[in-house]
Design a protein around this ligand. Structure first.
Ligand SMILES: Cc1ncc(COP(=O)(O)O)c(C=O)c1O
Length: 350
């Protein structure tokens, strides 16, 4: 029997560099980024500043570090950051924020699939009658990962931004997958960037770079972010070898994300037949698919292990199976994943 095709749906971070990226990496002109003279890093930062319309950009190893630096730059120890209940910055990076910045979170359950409305943000920014809790920053996430990869339209970001501006609280956008949002809403990167004080996006997710994320903001923010980057140990020297792949990802990546979205939809529709009622199909708008397997009566761990044995790698988030499509998942990969889901369902039912 032919070996099952291996389909890695754990994250959109698992892609391998394309031939163009590997060539660019091999040919990259480099300097020392800690001294600020790596020409390829600088080229990437300049390009991102241009695309976002912000004063400057900082190239960092991870999206988490972007979030941590932004929160440290804006929020004082003992103050709070407002975010959605399941936001990456406030939920998955909680201990980092406690360790690095000593800030707490005021968490609000998103009104719709992880998205915060302007009214919710306004309520969260109501002054504390005891004067103890001071909100220094509002963080939103677009697309919202745990919400199901939910894209937030620019108008909704603008409404939140107005609430923040009226109260003098800066707005930060965790745009790890902002290009997935752009693909659905038709907005440009700069449209989102224009509405917020600072934002980040990942080159290492849907865009396919092996590593790296970009943090942007005004000149004062960028200067502080560069200082914090070095302070936190990310003065990564000849990072131009990586930035070269990032530049290619920025060119190659955004234009093909609709393929990942189409694959996610087909995957979701196929799995919904195997696990009836397990998928919020209306919520599958980008490259993320969540499957609630509680109705099957089998533990999550059994599904994950059986799918892995069948060659399909998935993760679990919030008690559900999570799958992400990306450049290294072809239409044939989706077919193989669906076959595995059907086989596993039959096995676990037996
Ligand atoms: C919405 C969101 N923000 C931030 C991050 C952190 O990015 P990184 O894995 O590069 O630290 C992730 C990672 O999955 C994410 O999904």
């Amino acid at each position: 029997m032919a070996a099952a095709m291996r389909v890695d749906l754990r994250s959109d971070t698992v892609t391998r560099p394309t031939p163009a990226m590997r060539k660019a990496m091999a040919d990259a002109e480099v300097g020392d980024d800690l001294f600020g003279d790596d020409p390829t890093v600088n080229r990437l930062q300049d390009r991102v500043a241009e695309l976002t319309g912000k004063a400057g950009a900082v190239y960092l190893p991870t999206g988490s570090l972007c979030n941590q630096i932004a929160m440290h730059a804006y929020a004082r120890s003992g103050h709070v950051v407002v975010c959605e209940e399941t936001a990456h910055a406030g939920d998955h990076e909680l201990s980092s924020t406690a360790l690095i910045s000593g800030v707490a979170f005021r968490k609000v359950r998103g009104e719709s699939r992880g998205l915060l409305s302007a009214a919710q943000v306004a309520a969260a920014l109501e002054p504390d009658p005891y004067g103890m809790t001071v909100a220094d920053l509002v963080t939103i996430e677009n697309t919202h990962q745990v919400g199901g990869g939910t894209p937030m339209p620019v108008d909704d970001v603008r409404a939140v931004a107005k609430v923040c501006a009226d109260r003098g609280v800066p707005l930060y956008l965790d745009g790890a997958r902002i290009f997935n949002a752009c693909t659905v809403t038709g907005a440009q990167l700069g449209d989102y960037a224009a509405e917020v004080d600072a934002m980040m996006f990942c080159l290492s997710k849907g865009l396919g770079a092996p590593i790296g994320s970009m943090l942007v903001g005004d000149a004062e923010f960028v200067e502080e972010a560069r200082r914090l980057k070095i302070l936190l140990g990310a003065g990564w020297r000849q990072a131009g070898v990586l930035a070269a792949a990032g530049l290619v990802a920025l060119e190659e990546g955004p234009g093909r994300l609709h393929e990942d979205h189409a694959n996610a939809r087909r995957l979701a529709e196929g799995v919904a037949e195997v696990v009836p009622g397990g998928i919020d199909l209306d919520g599958v708008r980008t490259n993320i698919v969540f499957v609630d397997i509680t109705g099957t009566g089998r533990p999550l761990a059994d599904w994950v292990a059986a799918l892995a044995r069948a060659g399909v790698l998935v993760t679990t988030v919030g008690g559900k199976v999570r799958m992400l499509t990306h450049r290294d998942v072809s239409a044939a990969g989706v077919d193989a994943a669906l076959t595995a889901w059907r086989d596993v369902a039959a096995q676990l039912a037996g």
